[in-house]
Structures are given as structure tokens and as C-alpha cells.
Design a protein around this ligand. Structure first.
Ligand SMILES: [Zn+2]
Length: 482
């Protein structure tokens, strides 16, 4: 679905951009040392997996996810995972043949703790070789970066989770609870596999909680200083509406009193002028309380004042003027596309605008549509919901998960602030949250805002970030399932 492709562009990590511009929050040094040292056996294995899976063009229309699944299954089997602990499922995602993969790392006998589910997605947003400087489906290491489609989103996550499982298995480790990898095959498009996997997980695994590799991570300032470890704990609800006005039309030399374009334009002006109510939750207040300390100047002050008093109107005005902050204050709706008329010398018979909303958790698409209709106040403007809507609540950052993240992060960046945030976009996580599971995204990557090219041209991951994050899941799983 086009809507889904458009929706994903540039959303992920947007919450961290403001933070990443701030320097000097902590004095810890980024983990660069491994960059030049000879690779350890584990680093080499992870790099090989990374190289091999980036070579699969797992974009919509290429039907390559099954080939990537076969490759991963082979890796898991060779590492000693048994057939019964590996499951591959076919999905038809709006005509695209794709697959989902689940791998269970069995708990030692007698274990009673509920399982942990770990998420990643194997599909990618497509990339056209002619537009890229380097071949997108081949791993290139150059100037301190790994280049290639999904070096970040999300084949780094898949590589990291997979290599961690293989490493732990090779060490003979037995967890105290089942650990289950759940890799989806169409997260970037229809999310058919995601929805089916989420239902399967709820029914058959019923985990204690879920960890996602597809968002969150260490935000670095432009000088490489770590600013915060971001934990994606909530996602806004995505909803697109098509607003249409129709009219009998006629010859443009004989204008009539009503006109589809004018009526639609008037409706859009009302949407432009309207601000949805400002909302605050414990999550967004604590986000601003922490982000405010890390953000200099008036913006940081406004964050702190809003955190202390979400009715502070001057703080609200400052935050609403900041594109990185406005989405955290409440629901937003904005016109994104227009289509109207059929000839330059004819009165328009139809005018349609696309309005994209990012709905604050708990508000709902139905209430949002009703509010838009109310402010427009014209029944001639007809609404059509043009996207799938998945509403999901905020997730708790559980104490045990926070302690495990703390443990892992302290090994790389001692004392780094842990910062839960709400994302404006969509990941697999929302389908698990909506079924009642606390789901947080805690990628091991460390990135500057200027290095974020997910979904775009010349996607890259700093080499130091790749190797520096390879122990991330290892320590977290050890802590949660030792
Ligand atoms: Zn992703």
C-alpha cells in the first residue's frame, strides 16, 4: 500500500533529532576502539551475516524474503537449533509472497518464567541502484560506514539478534525462560505477517513482554558524544482520510454559486487553523523533563516548564512551533495531497484532499474523524478512511527491562540517561501493544541525527556503531534470562 510506504518515510527516530543536536550531555567516550582492531570471531560472524542478508533484496515486488529466511534457517540449524524450534510461515501480503520466521531458544528444564519475544523485520523499503552512489544490495564498507539498504532498518537488528542467539548457543548457555525471535516479512508495507504473528504469539506464547530491535538506541550528538539511550515505548496511531466534495459541475464560462474546489479549500483552511487539545501522559511528561535537561536554550526551558505544568501556554506555544516536539503534544492532522477538477475549462465535479493524522494514544480514529467533521461543519465534505488503523496504548518500561538496559548500556556508556519516548510512526510493536503486551524498542545502534538515512538514499550505519552494539542484546538477554 502506497499509504504505508509514504507513512514510513522519515518518521522513525524523529523524536530523537532534537536531542541528537545537543552536545556535551555526558563525557563518556563512544565505543570507537574496536573499529580498527582485528575482528573477533563473533564480530566476523556478525559481519558475514550482515553482508549476506543485505544481499537479499527483500523489498515489495522482489519476493526475496523466503530466500533470506532459508539462509537464516540454515544458520540457526548449523548452530544447533532443532527443527522443532524453528518455524517458517508463508504469508500473502497483498499479492507479495513473504514469510515469517520464529526461532525459540529453549529454557533449561524446570524453568517457569514466562517467555520473552524479540522482534525484527526482514523486509526493506526498496532502493533503486541507479539512484545510489554504491550498490544498495551489497554491503560496502567505506569511510567508517557500512553502506547498503537496511544497514540500519532493520537488518542491523536482525543481524544483531541472530548473531547473539548463535553466540549464546555456542557458549552452551541455557536461559531461564524461553527466548523467541519473531521476524516479520512485510513490516514496511501491509504488516500482514506482523498481525498474524502477533496473534500467534498472544495465543501460543503469551510472553511476559516484548523487545523490538527496530527503534530506540543511543542518540549521539554531532561530535559523537552520547546524549541519551532512547526507548520507544509508544506509537501514535496513523490514520489517513480522503475528504471529497462533489458537484454537478458545468461549463467554466457559467460559474455556479457552489464549487467543489472552493468548498474543499474552505474545509482545509479550517483544519489548518485548528489545533487539537494539548495532551500529556506520564510518558510524555517524563520525556520532556529529561529532554529539557539535555536541550539548550528556550526550547529546553519550554520542555522543562511543560513537564512541570502541561497547561503552561507559553511553553506550549514554543513546543508547538518546534516540528520535533509538536507531535508529542497531541493529535496532529495535516493536508498532504490534493486532486481536483478534470479540465481547465470545466467546473470541477470533484475535489479530494488527503489528510494525514497522527493520533495521540487513547483518542481514537473515530473521535478524530468526528472532530474534523465538526470543525469543518459542512456535510458536503465526505470522509473516507484510507489507511488501516491500529490503535495501541503506551507500554510500561518495566523495572526488569530497565535494569537490563541499564546493565548493557553502562558497559558502553556509563550512566547514560535512559529516555522513553513516543514515536509518531509505526513499527511491528503496535500490533503487540494493541493485544496488551508491553513492547519497547531498544536497538543497540548508536547514531547521530545526520547519519539517519533509513528508507532514504545511501542508508548507512557507522562501523563503530555496528561493532560497538554487538554485545547489546547479549548482556540484556543474560540479565533477563540468566
Ligand atoms: Zn524498520
Amino acid at each position: 500500500m502506497t499509504a504505508y510506504k509514504v507513512r514510513k518515510m522519515g518518521q522513525k527516530w524523529s523524536g530523537r533529532m532534537a536531542l541528537a543536536l545537543v552536545a556535551g550531555a555526558l563525557s563518556a567516550q563512544p565505543a570507537l576502539a574496536q573499529d580498527k582492531a582485528p575482528l573477533t570471531a563473533h564480530e566476523q560472524m556478525a559481519r558475514d551475516i550482515y553482508r549476506d542478508i543485505i544481499a537479499f533484496r527483500t523489498a515489495r515486488g522482489q519476493q526475496q524474503v523466503p530466500a533470506m529466511v532459508s539462509y537464516l534457517v540454515d544458520r540457526f540449524k548449523k548452530a544447533g537449533f532443532s527443527d522443532t524450534d524453528i518455524s517458517v510461515t508463508d504469508y500473502d501480503s497483498e499479492g507479495e509472497k513473504t514469510q515469517g520466521l520464529m526461532v525459540t531458544y529453549r529454557a533449561r528444564p524446570g524453568s517457569t518464567a514466562k517467555p520473552i519475544v524479540l522482534l525484527g523485520h526482514m523486509d526493506v523499503v526498496d532502493a533503486l541502484a541507479k539512484d545510489w552512489v554504491r550498490p544498495p544490495f551489497s554491503l560496502t564498507e567505506e569511510d567508517g560506514y557500512f553502506f547498503g539498504r537496511a544497514t540500519m532498518d532493520n537488518k542491523y537488528g536482525i543481524t544483531n539478534l541472530t548473531s547473539t542467539f548463535l553466540r549464546l548457543k555456542a557458549e552452551g548457555w541455557q536461559p531461564s525462560r524461553d527466548l523467541v525471535l519473531v521476524f516479520s516479512g512485510d513490516e514496511e508495507t501491509g504488516m500482514v505477517s506482523t498481525r498474524a504473528q502477533a496473534e500467534y504469539v498472544a495465543k501460543n506464547i503469551d510472553p511476559a513482554f516484548i523487545l523490538n530491535s527496530d527503534a530506540g538506541g543511543v542518540a549521539l550528538a554531532e561530535d559523537g558524544t552520547p546524549v541519551a539511550f532512547q526507548v520507544q515505548s509508544a506509537e501514535k496511531t496513523y490514520a489517513t482520510y480522503e475528504l471529497t466534495v462533489t458537484n454537478p459541475g458545468g461549463h467554466s464560462s457559467r460559474p455556479r454559486a457552489d464549487n467543489a474546489i472552493y468548498e474543499l479549500a474552505e474545509a482545509l483552511r479550517k483544519i489548518a487553523a485548528y489545533k487539537f487539545p494539548v495532551q500529556a501522559t506520564d510518558l510524555t511528561r517524563s520525556y520532556f523533563a529529561t529532554a529539557g535537561k539535555l536541550t539548550p536554550g528556550e526550547l529546553g526551558q519550554a520542555m522543562l516548564r511543560f513537564a512541570a505544568d502541561p497547561s503552561d501556554s507559553s511553553a506550549i506555544a514554543t513546543l508547538q512551533a518546534d516540528p520535533e516536539s509538536v507531535g508529542t503534544l497531541g493529535t496532529t492532522c495535516v493536508a498532504t495531497m490534493l486532486q481536483a477538477g478534470h479540465a481547465e475549462n470545466a467546473l470541477p465535479q470533484s475535489a479530494t484532499a488527503t489528510v494525514n493524522c497522527r493520533i495521540f494514544p487513547g483518542v481514537g480514529a473515530v473521535a478524530t474523524e468526528a472532530k474534523l467533521k465538526e470543525i469543518i461543519g459542512n456535510d458536503n465534505v465526505r470522509f473516507k478512511l484510507a489507511s488501516d488503523v491500529t490503535e495501541s496504548p503506551e507500554s510500561k518500561l518495566r523495572d526488569d527491562v530497565k535494569a537490563a538496559v541499564r546493565y548493557s548500556i553502562d558497559k558502553r556508556y556509563p550512566g547514560l540517561t535512559i529516555l522513553p519516548y513516543m514515536e509518531s510512526g509505526g513499527t511491528d510493536g503496535m500490533h503487540y501493544r494493541t493485544l496488551g503486551y508491553d513492547t519497547v524498542a531498544i536497538s543497540g545502534a548508536a547514531m547521530k541525527a545526520s547519519d539517519m538515512y533509513a528508507h532514504g538514499l545511501n542508508e548507512r550505519l557507522p562501523v563503530a556503531s555496528f561493532y560497538g552494539g554487538l554485545d547489546h542484546w547479549y548482556w540484556i538477554l543474560k540479565k533477563l534470562a540468566e
